[in-house]
Design a protein around this ligand. Structure first.
Ligand SMILES: [Zn+2]
Length: 421
């Protein structure tokens, strides 16, 4: 018999300053356990919550009438292990329909790691009373700033974001616990400053979701973020989640749930809340160019996976610095990045860009930086020794490059970079 995830009836709880919607979830527990460990997969209770500060009127907006948020939160876990979902509370009819006829069959069909699951629940098509606001999931990264710029410029006033929503669902500190909390607070402080200076409402939504899910953020971040927004369906009639890839990179793939956001965000929309993939019409490099003309970003751009030290060597900082450099705009970000560090480590960074542009799931993100360098006559091939050129030709013929195929063996590109900054 198939194992099941039981989702109880959501309920609200209060502290002096915050209000939460909670739900008891009984699931076969695998988090932080090895498959051969005693008790692996044994049923365990977990109280999942989404919490907002009271001053935002959380009592009115948090949804205890539907199990939607909790079903979406548990869905990746259910599909990856093949557990059916059983709900005590009703779920929105539109969500039920889209999950059972589109999302689950498509995901199961195209990814061998995900399995078909059933959802047992009553459904309701009644719209919940709503403030009709628009929310944008906001992290102050390139994609988020591009979405903000795009959406605040629209003439369709009701679609302009009323709230910048900062979600604590596992993207800050992917291991959870104290490190997640520390990074969340650090970034929250900077976001607060930005929101106050530019007149935006910043709404933090926190959750303990990461303590329950046992897969990496990259596999399920869209589900995590959407689940938090669905907990606030009485606030948001529109919710934007920024695309990380462009439309032509659409793919249903296990290692990048962002690649099929268009499907997921459509499927997770309800009678109350419509999700949109914001910025999906532009490539990453187009976004970088647009963002580099947007003054608030010169102080508040925050792309870091760690502590945003000016000389950070995390992959996102390296990529963003190089993107801004390719766009001819890195100098504008001297408050955020250490330009001396950039110059001194140019060769190593370029090596990473090349490798990533050639292969793997992040290829689309790096492809255009690489192209831009070539267009500007900073073609890297000319700096390559013959054996590297040969490897590149082989790549063009369809062989994926190995990690040792592209040694960085000269400093001429680094010299060119020094002259330009
Ligand atoms: Zn960093």
């Amino acid at each position: 018999m198939k194992q099941k995830i039981f989702i109880g009836k959501p309920y609200l709880s209060h502290t002096l300053t915050h209000v939460s919607v909670n739900c008891k979830i009984c699931l076969p527990w695998t988090k932080n356990m090895e498959p051969d460990e005693p008790g692996y997969g044994a049923e365990r209770e977990f109280i999942l919550h989404y919490t907002v500060p009271k001053k935002f009127g959380g009592d009115k907006y948090l949804v205890s009438e539907r199990a939607d948020a909790f079903v979406v939160a548990a869905l990746p876990q259910a599909m990856l292990h093949g557990y059916d979902i059983v709900c005590e509370a009703p779920i929105s009819e539109r969500l039920y329909f889209q999950l059972t006829t589109m999302q689950i069959p498509a995901v199961e069909n195209y990814m061998k790691e995900w399995r078909s699951v059933g959802i047992e629940a009553s459904v309701s098509h009644e719209r919940l009373e709503s403030a009709g606001a628009a929310g944008l999931a906001f992290t102050a990264g390139i994609d988020a700033f591009y979405s903000l710029k795009l959406l605040t410029e629209t003439k369709a006033e009701r679609y302009r974001p009323d709230y910048l929503v900062f979600l604590k669902v596992g993207s800050t500190g992917s291991k959870g616990g104290k490190e997640e909390e520390r990074l969340f607070q650090l970034r929250m402080k900077r976001l607060k400053k930005f929101a106050a200076q530019y007149g935006y409402q910043l709404l933090p939504v926190t959750s303990n979701l990461i303590e329950m899910l046992d897969e990496k953020n990259v596999i399920n971040h869209t589900y995590r973020s959407a689940s938090a927004a669905l907990a606030l369906q009485k606030l948001f009639s529109v919710f934007y989640y920024s695309s990380g890839l462009e439309l032509t990179d659409f793919a249903i793939r296990h290692d990048s749930c962002g690649a099929y956001d268009l499907l997921t965000l459509q499927s997770l929309s309800t009678e109350n809340t419509q999700f949109y993939s914001a910025g999906l019409a532009s490539s990453r490099y187009e976004k970088v160019k647009a963002v580099s003309e947007y003054e608030p970003t010169y102080e508040y751009l925050d792309t870091c996976l760690k502590d945003r030290e000016p000389d950070c060597g995390c992959e996102k900082c390296i990529r963003t610095r190089m993107e801004l450099y390719a766009a001819g705009a890195l100098e504008k970000y001297h408050k955020i990045y250490d330009l001396n560090y950039f110059r001194d480590t140019f060769g190593e960074q370029m090596d990473l860009i090349e490798r990533k542009a050639m292969k793997g799931r992040k290829k689309p993100m790096y492809r255009e930086i690489y192209r831009s360098f070539r267009q500007k006559g900073l073609s890297l091939e000319e700096y390559h020794p013959p054996e590297v050129r040969k490897a590149l030709e082989e790549e063009n013929r369809g062989r994926e490059l190995g990690p040792d195929d592209l040694p960085w063996q000269n400093n001429r590109a680094a010299d060119a970079a020094k002259q330009q900054i």
